[in-house]
Write a protein that binds this ligand. Structure first.
Ligand SMILES: *Cc1c(COP(=O)(O)O)cnc(C)c1O
Length: 383
């Protein structure tokens, strides 16, 4: 398969590295190889780059520099926040954790772990629009609640969650509020003060940065148990030699994403509208989740009478790649937990695909992919 000709429509799973990001990180993979914690000149040079990256990220999300912790990615940040936040809060005898039912598997895993430790973990349902109900959250929170975790944007549907309002409800009972902003970060400005969050995670490879690097914002004064111990890096909160090149990549990619956000979003809106227009000749296509309240870049579509795995397989052979549910769950044949939480039957969930556009996609690619999609769906429906 010629990867240059392949049409990649799975940008919610990961994005290609931006060339400018590669340029910025390269010196730290070669000449500036120092351990950022070494006090000598080689180490100091590496630490200067980390400091600068931390400054950049903090300024862009409205945080202080000492509120940013670099990690190995979204998964670690999510685990760090949920496990660390809940365990620290247990010291105040709080044992309840509330998570939305549509969280990423990294958060759901942390929830399962906490349940084994004796926490009462409650999963907040969503309605068919794909949003959590603030009313339900209001009833669920109490004096025993340690932590509430609601993602900013869902990775399968692109549906935006009412984070600011949810944070207010969590704080009203003295609980911590965490948001997984991994899917939000590429598409909307993160503002930790305005959103009033205690903990917030994001990951570089979703906005054209390197894979294997993320960040966790921990509000000053909020106590969190560490997850990865050992060295005294990250103010004693996350051990391990700093991945300087990746940290530089994260900051560079995030800065570019923010500077170019409005143009990028405009382009992504155009591309998804174009795709929908091109496939409108098909009947029996239903968007999952309320489009008016979702990212422009993600289309989650149910195709009546067509099994998603068959469609994916045939489209891949034609050189078009997208997803059934999320990438993390795609090895399994289980229906998406996000779609079933929204009230779809297992059969309906297995008829659903996620198409996610990126800044490198062209209109020409989108038209070609859409026409191939129409043809493939029509063929599959004939069986
Ligand atoms: C991709 C993703 C993650 C995991 O991030 P990694 O850096 O791949 O570990 C977590 N949450 C959401 C919403 C995601 O989309």
């Amino acid at each position: 398969m010629d990867m240059k000709a392949y049409i990649y429509l799975d940008n919610a799973a990961t994005t290609p590295l931006d060339k400018r990001v590669l340029e910025a990180m390269l010196p730290y993979l070669t000449d500036v190889f120092g351990n950022a914690d070494s006090p000598h000149a080689v180490g100091r040079k590496a630490m200067n780059a980390v400091d600068e990256a931390r400054d950049t990220v903090a300024a862009l999300i409205g945080a202080r520099k000492n509120e940013i912790y670099f990690t190995s990615g979204g998964t670690e940040s999510d685990n760090f926040a949920v496990l660390g936040g809940a365990r620290a809060k247990r010291k105040e005898d709080r044992t309840k954790v509330i998570l939305s039912a549509i969280e990423h598997h990294a958060v759901l895993f942390a929830g399962e772990t906490l349940a084994k430790e004796g926490f009462d973990v409650v999963y907040l349902p969503v309605d068919e629009s794909g949003r959590i109900s603030l009313e339900r959250l209001k009833t669920a929170v109490d004096d025993n609640t340690a932590l509430v975790g609601i993602m900013a944007v869902n990775n399968e549907t692109g549906v935006i969650q009412p984070v600011k309002e949810a944070a207010e409800l969590a704080h009203a009972v003295g609980a911590l509020f965490f948001t997984d902003a991994v899917q939000a970060a590429p598409h909307m400005p993160i503002r930790v003060k305005e959103w009033n969050v205690d903990l917030l995670s994001f990951s570089a490879h979703k906005f054209y940065g390197a894979k294997g690097v993320g960040a966790l914002y921990i509000k000053n004064g909020v106590k969190v148990d560490k997850l990865v111990g050992g060295g005294e890096q990250e103010r004693g909160m996350r051990g391990g030699t700093l991945n300087v090149a990746n940290i530089v990549a994260l900051a560079t990619a995030y800065k570019l994403a923010r500077e170019e956000m409005s143009q990028t979003e405009e382009k992504l809106r155009k591309l998804s509208d174009l795709f929908l227009r091109e496939i409108s000749v098909l009947s029996g296509i239903t968007p999952n989740g309320e489009r008016a309240n979702a990212l422009a870049s993600v289309l989650n579509l149910r195709i009546e009478g067509v099994e998603n795995t068959a469609l994916l397989y045939k489209m891949d052979l034609q050189g078009v790649g997208f997803a059934a549910g999320s990438a993390c769950a795609s090895a399994s044949v289980k229906p998406s937990h996000v779609l079933t939480a929204m009230g779809l039957t297992e059969e309906q969930a297995k008829q659903s695909v996620r198409i996610s556009f990126g800044k490198n996609n062209t209109e020409e690619e989108v038209v070609r992919a859409a026409r191939q999609f129409v043809q493939t769906v029509e063929t599959l429906r004939q069986y």
